[in-house]
Ligand binder design. Sequence first.
Ligand SMILES: *Cc1c(COP(=O)(O)O)cnc(C)c1O
Length: 406
Amino acid sequence: MTLQKSDPEIAKLIGREEKRQREGLEMIPSENYVSAAVRQATGSVLANKYSEGYPGKRYYQGNGIIDAIENLAIARFKKLFNVAFVNVQPYSGSPANAAVYFALLALGDKIMGMALSSGGHLTHGHPKITFSGKYFNSVQYTVDENGWINYDKLQEQVLIEKPKILVCGTTSYPRVLEFARFKKIADSVGAILLADISHIAGLVVAGVHPSPIPFADVVMTTTHKTLRGPRGAILMTNNEEMAAKIDRAVFPGLQGGPHENVIAAMAVAAKEAGTSEFRAYAKQIVANAKVLSEVIIKNKIALVSGGTDNHLIMIDLKNFGLTGKDTAEKLEEAGIVTNKNAVPNDPLPPAISSGIRLGTPAITTRGMKEPEMKLIGDWIADVIFSRRPVGAVKKDVLDLCRKFPI
Ligand SMILES: *Cc1c(COP(=O)(O)O)cnc(C)c1O
C-alpha cells in the first residue's frame, strides 16, 4: 500500500515539505539535495535487517549480502579519501565524534576544540550542556576579532593547556583550514589531532580544499552536507591501532545495529562523489560562493573575515543594529532559507545573534551558476535593507526556482 493511501496525513506533510524545498532557495550551508539513487537506497528493504557487528563478524544470521554492501561502502570511501581504515557505521556526526573521544580518551581527559561562537561544533567540547563539555575537561580556542584562526596564538594556548586531543573543523568558518599547521601544533604537546570535515568533505574529495588525511590522526565527516549523501557519518584513519579502538567504540561501545540502508546510500554517494561531474559541482560551489560574497560586499554588507574560500558566507549585521534571528525570518518570508549564527564578538546571545550563515551547496546542485548568484546577492540586500517589499523578492525567488528544478 502506498503512503498516500495508508497514511494521508504524513503523505500530505511530506508533499508540503517537498514543495517548500522546490520553491525556496535552500541556502543553509549544511544542507543539500541528494540524488534519486541515494534516496532509493535509503528507502530500501535494507532498513529491515539487523546486522550488529562488522562484515564477517555479525551477531545475526542472514548478513552475507549486508556484508557485501558494507564492504563496498568501505572500499569506496578508502579510495575516495585515499585512507587506510574507514568505519561507515556512525549514525551521524555527533555520535561519530563521541566514538572518537570514547575510543582514544579517558573520561575527564582534556579536549581542545573551537568555541561554538567561533564556528566550532557542540561536540567539540561546548561546556555545560553537551557530553563533550560535561564528561571531558574542555578548553576552547576562538577566532580573532576579524574571524580568522590565529595559528600562533593557538600554538601558545596549546603549550599552556596541553590537551589530549585537539579538534579542528567548523560549521561556520569561511576560510581554508591549514591541517599541516594544526598537526604541528598538536604534535608540539603530543596531542591527537581530530579533523572534523563535516562541512567541507565534498570540497576535499574534489580537491578544492586541502585534505586532512595526510596530517590528522583521525578524520570524521558527515555524509549529508557537501558530500551529498544520506544523513550519517564516517570515521577515517591511517593508524591501525586507532582504527581498532574506533571500531570497538562505535560498536559495541556506543551503538547497536548499523543502519545498512543508510550505509548502502553512503556507498552510492561515494560512487557519485568520485566522478568528474562531482568535481565540477564542488568547484562550482566555491565559484558561486565567491561571486555571491562579492555581490553582498558590493551592497555594503560586512562579511566575517571579509569573504570566503569555501562554500559558506557569514554576514555580520552588527553595524546595522539588526539581529540574525529577525533577518533570517525575513529572508525565509522571501523564500531565501538561511540560519542565524553568532559572529565574532557577538553582543547578542546565540538564540538571537548578529549574523546570518548561508552557503551555496544546495543551490549549486540545482544547477545555479554565477549569473544567478548575482541576482540572489542583490535580493538578500533588498531584504536586509527593506529596499523592496518581501513579497516582490519572493516572486523573483519563485521564478528563479522554477527555472532550476530539483
Ligand atoms: C554537522 C556537523 C556535526 C554533527 O553532525 P550531525 O549529523 O548533525 O550530528 C559535527 N561537526 C561539524 C563540524 C558539523 O558541521
